[in-house]
Ligand binder design. Structure first.
Ligand code: URA
Length: 480
């Protein structure tokens, strides 16, 4: 038996090097084992003598990147045999190059399932970490205790850096700790629960938030436990409210019916009717006011984009606005500020509005998609275009903005906004500037997105396209 010792529980580099060594030495999986130094996991393995490998060296071979990515996830799984499983797959890949596509294969299915569990644990961490405020020599800092289902601290820490960039924080877990000082992220040793502070004003905030977003009409205990598994409850301040709120749900359901704004949509009415089969959620809220809509958007789970966003960004502007302008989605700065069009594209937009003689204060400005879709690139968050499913899911909120504001004219900035407004992807260049009769009686118009102007490579093109954009805005003004 050949035993390879890895430096720590998520030593992916160590595993890759050891697996390569074993593979080149043609050590079959049944003769190879992995153990983690100092984990006490050795047990029997410690008693097994390492036998020198006599087998002939195998020629090197390429491993698909997808396999290495998968290994990187599976190794975060808490199962003791995860390294062995991935080595078995690596071994088999040599003779079965398409193995990873055979999702019915036992080893492949097992690895995919473990990767899924790891990904789920990472999502739960994003949703359930609760910071408590402390004061230290340097001032305010935030500490959270969290027990992830798998070893996802390192994988998930970047999310908290992006979301809480300006705060100093630590996340303590039994596997290790992550510390952000506002500039750099460091990982430290495992922690225990008593190292984290208990209870403070932030807890009260979470409790209030949870109590106000808890919708008794959708009380499905099973689903709720799926979303907020019991294993996390002990560290969630708001979870202490669950038994009480559950008990009160019948009472609150009736109260909600009485308090329901009119007109309520049929779905909500069904959901809150006293004899209703439990259904509906914050996703199904039909808002009576714009602030109510904003609150509902904060709890939106209609598509997965909420997970990586700081907050939902609802539209902004007067309820009686005659003009509604719809952009694509909040950008990096909008995501942090919670307001639409405040970043670079917003500046281009504001200046063009001014040139067209439109006061932004009179305009209701919003987006087709309310959460920022992005991917990390170093410290930056790079914009990713929302897909049709995400735009369609978010039309629920855009339609409500249209119902509440009742604008005379709706201007869509670019193709994604056009999809949100029209329900079909417009050909922006061909349809630009042509009035379109919309179902709700408003007039729709399409033009380019201001960020298109920012991306144009040459000055002459920028001047020409900006002038055309201002002309489109002037045409809009004439329709008001
Ligand atoms: N781009 C958009 O489409 N919307 C914003 O709010 C910001 C940039």
């Amino acid at each position: 038996m050949r035993v390879e010792t890895l430096a720590h529980e998520i030593d992916i580099d160590g595993w890759r090097a050891a697996a390569r060594r074993l593979r080149v030495a043609a050590v079959a999986p049944e003769h190879a084992r992995f153990r983690v130094a100092g984990s006490g996991q050795g047990g029997l393995l410690d008693q097994i003598e390492e036998t020198p490998v006599e087998a002939a060296a195998a020629p090197a071979f390429a491993v698909p990147k997808a396999f290495l990515d998968l290994a990187g996830e599976v190794i975060l799984h808490r199962s003791a045999d995860r390294f062995d499983l991935m080595y078995r797959l690596l071994w088999r890949l040599k003779d079965e190059p398409n193995l990873m596509r055979i999702t019915t294969d036992r080893d492949v299915a097992d690895a995919l399932e473990r990767a899924k569990n790891v990904s789920r644990a990472s999502h739960k961490m994003k949703a359930f970490v609760r910071f408590r405020r402390i004061e230290d020599q340097a001032g305010e800092a935030w500490v959270a205790w969290f027990e992830p289902a798998h070893r996802v601290l390192e994988k998930t820490a970047g999310f908290f850096v992006r979301r809480f960039t300006t705060m100093r924080w630590s996340i303590l877990t039994p596997d290790g700790s992550a510390m952000w000082d506002g500039e750099s992220l460091a990982f430290g040793p495992p922690a225990t629960r008593d190292m984290a502070p208990d209870g403070d004003a932030v807890e009260d905030y979470w409790k209030t938030y949870y109590a106000s977003t808890f919708n008794p009409a959708r009380l499905k205990t099973k689903t709720m436990q799926g979303e907020m598994p019991k294993r996390y409850w002990k560290n969630l301040p708001e979870a202490s409210l669950i038994p009480e709120l559950t008990a009160l749900s019948a009472v609150r359901t009736t109260t909600m019916v009485e308090a329901a704004p009119t007109p309520v949509n049929a779905r909500l009415a069904r959901a809150v009717a006293p004899d209703a089969r439990v259904s509906g959620s914050v996703d199904d809220v039909v808002a009576a006011t714009l602030p109510e809509l904003d609150r509902a958007i904060q709890g939106c789970r209609r598509c997965p984009l909420w997970r990586d966003a700081t907050q939902g960004v609802c539209g902004e502007g007067p309820r009686q606005a005659k003009l509604m302008v719809v952009g694509e989605q909040p950008g990096d700065q909008e995501d942090l500020a919670g307001k639409p069009f405040v970043g670079p594209a917003g500046q281009v937009f504001n200046a063009a509005l001014e040139d067209a003689g439109i006061d932004r204060a009179d305009v209701y400005v919003t987006n087709a998609v309310k959460h920022f879709k992005h991917e990390p690139r170093g410290k930056r968050r790079l914009h990713k275009t929302p897909n049709a499913g995400e735009v369609t899911a978010c039309r629920w909120w855009l339609d409500q903005e249209r119902r509440l504001v009742k604008p005379k004219v709706i201007l869509a900035l670019g193709g994604t906004a056009g999809l949100g407004v029209l329900g079909r992807k417009p050909a922006v260049t061909r349809e630009r500037g042509q009035p379109i009769a919309l179902e709700d009686g408003a007039t729709g118009l399409i033009t380019v997105h201001p960020s298109y102007l920012l991306r144009l490579p040459d000055e002459a093109g920028r001047v020409r396209e900006r002038a055309a954009f201002v002309e489109d805005l002037k045409a809009v003004r004439r329709l008001l």
